[in-house]
Design a protein around this ligand. Structure first.
Ligand code: SAM
Length: 254
C-alpha cells in the first residue's frame, strides 16, 4: 500500500540567521507566513538558570532552559523573519518582549498589527509566594507582505485559552491545540509556513495536520533529530477532521 505523500516538509539543522536568507533564495521568494517560537527574553532565561528546582518526591525535576535568551539576536532575527515572509510574522514572547519585538519588526519593515494573548489556566504558581505567577504569554504580530492583512478569525478577539504542554521534548514546548488554532487563524490550506525556531516541531505538526507546507529550522542537533522523527510521523498520519480547540472566553473578573 502506498503512503500518501502529505504536504511539503523541509527541515534544517542550523542557525536560522544564516539559513533563513539562504532558504528564501533557494525557493525563489519568501514563505507565506512565519510562525515563530523563539527563546524568550533574557530576563526569563536568567531567572530559570538561577532557580533550578530539584524535586525530592521521586517525580522528574523541571529541566533547565538549555538555550540563551533572544535579546542579543532579536534585531537580526526580526529582519530575517520579515524578509522571509510575504504575510504574517507571529512571534511568541513575554509581555516584556512586546515593545522590543514591535521596535525590531517595524525597523525591519514589518507593519505592526498588535499582540495576542495565550492564557495558561494551569501555569506554574509562584512557589516563593513573593508575587503573582505569570499566567499568560504574548504573540507579537506584524504583517510583512505588500497587500492587505488577512486572517480567518473575523472580528474575534486575540485571546486563546489553552492548557500548557506536559512533558514536551524541549523547555517551552507549545501545546498542539494552541498551535493548531494559530495555523487555522492565520494561514490557508496549501500555504507555506516557516518556524525558524522549531524546537520539538509542534508548529510543524499543526501545519501538517492542516494541509500546510512546513519548513523548520532548529539549531540544537539533538532537538532537531527529535523534531525530524516527530514530523515524519505527523506527515504520514491522516488529517483529523475534528480537533480540540482552545477556548476564547471572556475573563471572569468577579
Ligand atoms: C521555545 S523553543 C521552541 C519550542 C517549540 N515551539 C516546540 O513546541 O517544541 C525555541 C527553540 O529555538 C532554538 N533556537 C535558539 N536559537 C536558534 C537559532 N539561532 N536558530 C535556530 N534555532 C534556534 C532552541 O534550540 C529551541 O529549541
Amino acid at each position: 500500500m502506498s503512503v500518501p505523500a502529505g504536504p511539503p516538509l523541509d527541515l534544517h539543522c542550523g542557525d536560522c540567521l544564516d539559513l533563513l536568507p539562504r532558504l528564501v533564495a533557494d525557493r525563489g521568494g519568501p514563505f507565506d507566513h512565519i510562525i515563530a517560537d523563539p527563546p524568550y527574553e533574557n530576563i526569563h532565561h536568567a531567572h530559570h538558570a538561577r532557580r533550578a528546582i530539584t524535586r525530592t518526591d521521586g517525580r522528574p525535576s523541571p529541566r533547565g532552559v538549555a538555550y540563551s535568551g533572544i535579546d542579543d539576536i532579536r534585531c537580526p532575527a526580526a529582519a530575517a523573519m520579515v524578509s522571509a515572509s510575504r504575510g504574517w510574522v507571529a512571534v511568541f514572547c513575554l509581555a516584556e518582549g512586546v515593545r522590543p519585538w514591535h521596535d525590531a519588526l517595524v525597523a525591519a519593515g514589518g507593519r505592526w498589527h498588535g499582540t495576542m494573548a495565550w492564557v495558561k489556566p494551569d501555569a506554574a504558581p509562584m512557589f516563593a509566594g513573593t508575587g503573582p505567577a505569570r499566567g499568560f504569554e504574548c504573540i507579537a504580530l506584524a504583517w510583512a507582505g505588500a497587500g492587505r492583512r488577512r486572517w480567518n478569525g473575523g472580528g474575534g478577539r486575540g485571546v486563546l485559552t489553552c492548557l500548557t504542554a506536559k512533558g514536551g521534548a524541549v523547555p517551552g514546548t507549545k501545546p498542539l491545540p494552541l498551535m493548531q488554532a494559530l495555523v487555522d487563524l492565520f494561514t490557508r490550506r496549501g500555504e507555506a509556513i516557516c518556524d525558524p525556531f522549531m524546537g520539538s516541531g509542534t508548529t510543524g505538526v499543526a501545519a501538517m495536520e492542516a494541509g500546510r507546507g512546513f519548513t523548520g529550522i532548529e539549531i540544537d542537533a539533538q532537538t532537531f533529530l527529535g523534531a525530524d522523527a516527530r514530523l515524519a510521523r505527523a506527515r504520514r498520519a491522516p488529517a483529523l477532521p475534528l480537533r480540540p480547540r482552545p477556548v476564547q472566553a471572556a475573563m471572569d473578573l468577579s
